[in-house]
Design a protein around this ligand. Structure first.
Ligand code: GAL
Length: 679
């Protein structure tokens, strides 16, 4: 591990995408490499779905076409991120091993003709993935084109959980390892409820569909087991490659789009974090979800540069309505990822496929060919990234953290919760969005992390919180931090069992309150709050009966089931402050409360016009301010430095056109400010 380079051996910001030459005749390969040169492409991912062509039957390999391809790419100055094709085993594999298929929770056996059908607990599959990964690593470890390894594709997507017999057997082994004894398992799972106590390991199954709700602790453990099994497959492939090849190894995550894998745990296993991101077209402000994904990708890697492994030049093909990107949008998306720490900007995919399920997906070369807006923008983006070479390696620094805990999400997403209106994704987005609109960059963190470097920590959705992590948050506050906690947090321990001491018990010290009862609201009903300092707020979905244990009331419920009770509280604990917001404030209300929180935390909003997204990357000799103008008018700023995309010097003034992006090299700590009205 120590000798593995920290970044693929290529110059500047990496640029390119998934390349599937196996779908095209050789003449097209020649055209491809010429066009790659024209667009400034320097890295392509190959072989991700090529297993059937590389291993034509068990142990029989055909590397001829890949040899030629890698040579051709190398001759043309294009480096290779070499995929292991294990997301898509060949037809012969399933013919030889019919039992190696995933079975879903309701018992459906996954068929062939797609991808992601193999059971990650199948011994035959494990053996086969190590065989192909080893063969690739042995053959290409010293090929000069290969600078990075891309293991598998999006573990856990499209299916993660597997209810096959082999998975059940592996689950039992995993449980034995975790609990050591059936007594411990019965206690952890609370099996006295509904008479589920186990007397034999072999009686334990996967939590398949049952007449009613299945034990939530069992389901939570099955989610953890699934994550573990997927990661074990990755580790097996990674180690097979590492035994032969010196290049860094990654696998592509799906931050903020798939919750099946615990990115914190996975990030410890990869050499470089890489992420795929697609805009959710139904969201008119998809750029906010994009920023969440980018910040999460950076955070799980501890702030180190990461790879945007896939995004789209225009529309995708798998949403109900696939909305094409409009001129300039692709560059804004790509450069937002760069702003938030990506040093590689790659797409799915290089050339649009004529055949298959993804023929309506956009690409760097669309079906319209090179006489197209998309291609012109692809070439322009390549030139832009070339000018941003010096940004590489600089770091994003954030003073604010939002807690993001996959295990808590897995638990919260199980059935029979107090209200369907309570969603971790919705609350995280709401708080993130507030900070985004205020121009405040955030990291994501786990509740057990050392948080002392942050002036403000926000917990929008920490349903599951261990006593130890609760104590960590209390220490953070006592040490001078400002903590904001949203409702339905600190409810259960790591077994999904309610804490002794009641709801929110692990947060009682930091917040100075106790939650006596949840009071969810009926669909569509709203309630009002009155601020102690004067003014009114609106909220919906949820209220609570709060018991004050030292906290001050910032706002009280005016109406609804908790009328007259505390709604928002503030508590001094040691040198810091703990805020509790027991309801779902609307955007205006959240803005008002967060403005007060910022004052406690000493956090300053950027003061820039809304819709101008600015992120600072700090380098050794300079700061880089990446300013993305999502507005439909130009903004005029006061700034000093060199705007790297145009190469022009800003000696006081910087105008960023509607929809444009600027990257300003400037002095450490320099800020962008709105030009005062000169009229
Ligand atoms: C990704 C996947 C790619 C391609 C893409 C289409 O999730 O990794 O192979 O399918 O979606 O958007």
């Amino acid at each position: 591990m120590t000798s593995t380079p920290a970044w693929p051996a290529i110059r500047g910001i990496a640029y390119g995408g998934d390349y599937t030459p196996e779908q095209w005749p050789r003449e097209t390969w020649l055209e491809d490499v010429a066009l790659m040169r024209e667009a400034g492409v320097n890295l392509v991912s190959v072989g991700i779905f090529s297993w059937a062509l590389l291993e034509t039957s068990e142990g029989v390999f055909d590397f001829g076409w890949l040899d030629d391809l890698l040579d051709l790419l190398h001759e043309n100055g294009v480096a290779v991120d070499l995929g292991t094709p294990t997301a898509s085993p060949p037809a012969w594999f399933f013919a030889d091993h019919p039992g190696a298929r995933v079975i879903t929770r309701n018992g459906t056996v996954m068929g062939f003709g797609s991808r992601g059908m193999a059971s990650h607990s199948s011994p035959a599959y494990r053996e086969a993935v190590v065989r192909i990964a080893t063969a690739l690593a042995e053959r290409y470890a010293s090929h000069p084109a290969v600078v990075l390894w891309h293991v598998h594709n999006e573990y856990g997507v499209p299916v993660g959980e597997d209810y096959s017999e082999q998975s059940v057997r592996a689950f039992r082994e995993w449980l034995r390892e975790k609990y050591g004894s059936l007594e411990a398992l019965n206690a952890g799972w609370g099996t006295t409820f509904w008479g589920q106590s186990y007397g034999e390991w072999d009686h334990i199954g996967a939590p398949a569909v049952a007449p009613s709700v299945v034990n939530p602790s069992q389901r939570l453990d099955f989610a953890r087991f699934t994550d573990h099994q997927l990661r074990a497959c990755f580790i097996a492939e990674r180690d097979a490659i590492r035994a032969h090849a010196p290049q860094p190894i990654t696998t592509n995550f799906m931050a903020n789009q798939s919750w099946t894998t615990d990115m914190w745990a996975w990030a410890r296993e990869v050499d470089i974090v890489s992420d795929d991101h697609y805009l959710w077209a139904a969201d008119p402000e998809g750029e906010i979800g994009l920023s969440i994904a980018a910040d999460l990708s950076r955070s799980v890697g501890g702030g180190t540069p990461w790879i945007l492994m896939e995004h789209s030049t225009s529309a995708v093909n798998w949403q109900p309505r696939n909305i094409a990107k409009r001129p300039g949008e692709m560059a804004r998306n790509s450069l937002t990822h760069l702003a938030r720490g990506a040093d590689a900007i790659l797409f799915f995919q290089w050339r649009a496929s004529r055949h298959g399920a993804e023929k309506f997906h956009s690409a760097m070369i669309p079906h319209a060919g090179t006489s197209s807006r998309v291609w012109r923008e692809v070439v322009e983006l390549g030139a832009t990234l070339d000018r941003l070479e010096e940004v590489r390696g600089s770091r994003v620094v954030a003073d604010v953290a939002i807690l993001w805990d996959f295990e808590s999400f897995w638990a919260q997403d199980l059935e029979w919760r107090p209200s369907v209106d309570v969603s971790h994704a919705e609350r995280i987005r709401a708080y993130y969005e507030r900070l985004w609109r205020d121009g405040i960059t955030v990291d994501f963190a786990l509740p057990g992390h050392d948080l002392s470097g942050y002036t403000l920590v926000v917990a929008p959705a920490q349903y599951m919180l261990s006593a130890a992590d609760g104590a960590n948050l209390a220490r953070y506050v006592a040490g001078g931090g400002t903590l904001v906690v949203s409702f339905f947090s600190g409810i259960v321990d790591e077994f999904d069992a309610v804490h002794p001491g009641g709801f929110g018990a692990p947060l009682a010290d930091a917040l100075g309150i106790r939650v006596e009862e949840f009071l969810p609201l009926r669909e569509g009903s709203t309630g009002s709050l009155t601020l102690t300092a004067g003014g009114a707020l609106v909220a919906d979905a949820w209220q609570e009966d709060l018991v004050l244990e030292g906290a001050d009331v910032v706002a009280a419920y005016v109406d609804g089931p908790a009328a007259g009770g505390a709604a928002i509280t503030r508590h001094r604990h040691g040198d810091g402050t703990g805020w509790y917001i027991s309801t779902r404030l609307d955007a205006g209300g959240l803005a008002e409360v967060m403005a007060q929180v910022y004052r406690d935390a000493g956090v300053t909003p950027s003061g820039l016009p809304e819709g101008l997204e600015v992120v600072r990357r700090s380098g050794a000799d300079a700061d880089y301010l990446v300013a993305v103008n999502h507005r439909d008018d130009a903004v005029q700023l006061s700034a000093h430095g060199i705007e790297l995309i145009s190469g022009s010097e800003a000696t006081g003034d910087l105008t960023i056109a509607a929809g444009a992006v600027a990257v300003l090299r400037t002095a450490h700590g320099a800020r962008l400010e709105v030009v005062p009205d000169r009229r």
